[in-house]
Ligand binder design. Structure first.
Ligand code: PHE
Length: 342
């Protein structure tokens, strides 16, 4: 009888290793553990044994039954947790590789420019993205109803200030940080201010409602246009190579006087003319100029004593040109196939 039980136990153990789901478990319980099951048949036979054997075998049979039922409940909880013997964890297998992200291309170029300016003694500053109309426009010499405000399609935010004016906007450029920096640090001052900006654009391959700029500001005694040109030439060489040239042509911005745009020789054709530069040989990347005396005054700085220059790079545009990216919307798409290329 003992041998019969041992054989039956081995049979049950081997069937247990094949169980994959609760159905399989139920079948096995039915076949071996139910009242009419094969294990019970053996238990029924115990009463016919002699007293000695009854005690000896009875104990043995009970231990076997307990072992088997505890294995059954292990199997049940493993299945309920979603793992069966079929996908049990083998800790000796090599580990799965952890998927690493990558630094966004705009962040990479931003850091490259930050390093350059940091090495020239510039601070790197931050400002709020939800900005007051005053800092975004008025303090920068945009008169309240002046058409220059319409150069920048603005998201107005429907929150009123203490005087009942709807005074907040999503900043349309990083220039408001110029005023904040002047108020906080006074003159002399050297700072760059990278950050996210917003415009109410109909988006396409070249326009996005959310984009990055990098503002620069230098104020001191006797700061001239020559300093501005020297700094911008250096940035161009750093970004696009030592043969890069700078071209500046007059352009109106209310917060600078004189104002200018800034173009670099096309990095792709070296100025010969190609598809990227639309056959002009130049790439327009920035706006700049000498800080307007009224703007210095808004920042609490005396324009009789100090002068300064400011510039603003379109950071996304700079990155697009550097890597030959043809759609600005890719930057905010969160598409890993795009982001992993950098
Ligand atoms: N803020 C301007 C823009 O967004 C760029 C600029 C910055 C121009 C600083 C001149 C000086 O278009």
């Amino acid at each position: 009888m003992k041998e019969k039980l041992i054989k039956l136990k081995e049979e049950i153990v081997s069937k247990m290793s094949e169980i994959k789901d609760l159905g399989g478990l139920r079948d096995l319980e039915e076949r071996y553990f139910s009242r009419k099951g094969e294990l019970n048949e053996i238990f029924k036979g115990i009463k016919d044994l002699s007293d000695d054997l009854k005690k000896d075998f009875g104990q043995f049979a009970n231990v076997v039954k307990q072992d088997l039922s505890s294995s059954l409940s292990d199997i049940r909880s493993r299945i309920e947790k979603g793992s069966s013997s079929a996908n049990f964890v083998d800790p000796t297998l090599p580990a799965k590789k952890i998927a690493k992200g990558s630094i966004h291309p705009v962040t990479q170029v931003k850091q490259e420019i930050e390093d350059l300016f940091y090495s020239m003694g510039f601070m790197v500053l931050d400002g709020p993205e939800l900005e007051s109309d005053y800092y975004n426009f008025t303090a920068l010499n945009f008169a309240p109803h002046h058409p220059a405000r319409e150069m920048q399609d603005t998201f107005f935010v429907d929150i009123k200030n203490d005087e009942g004016q709807a005074d907040l906007v999503m900043r349309t450029h990083t220039s408001p940080v110029q005023i904040r920096a002047m108020k906080k640090y006074g003159a002399p001052l050297k700072a760059i201010m990278p950050g996210r900006c917003y415009r109410n654009e109909a988006t396409d391959a070249r326009h996005e409602h959310t984009f990055y700029q990098l503002e620069g500001l230098m104020i001191g005694e006797d700061i001239s246009f020559a300093h501005l040109k020297g700094v911008l030439e250096m940035v161009g060489k750093k970004l696009y190579g030592p043969n890069t040239k700078l071209r500046m042509r007059p352009k109106y911005y209310p917060f600078v006087e004189p104002g200018s745009n800034g173009e670099y020789t096309c990095f792709l054709c070296q100025g010969k003319g190609c598809r990227v530069c639309k056959y002009t040989g130049w790439l327009e990347i920035l706006g700049c100029g000498m800080v307007h005396p009224d703007v210095l005054r808004s920042g609490g700085i005396d324009p009789e004593k100090y002068s300064g220059f400011a510039f603003g790079f379109g950071l996304d545009r700079l990155v697009m040109l550097k890597y030959n990216i043809d759609d600005t919307r890719l930057f905010n798409s969160g598409d890993l196939r795009f982001l992993k290329q950098f």
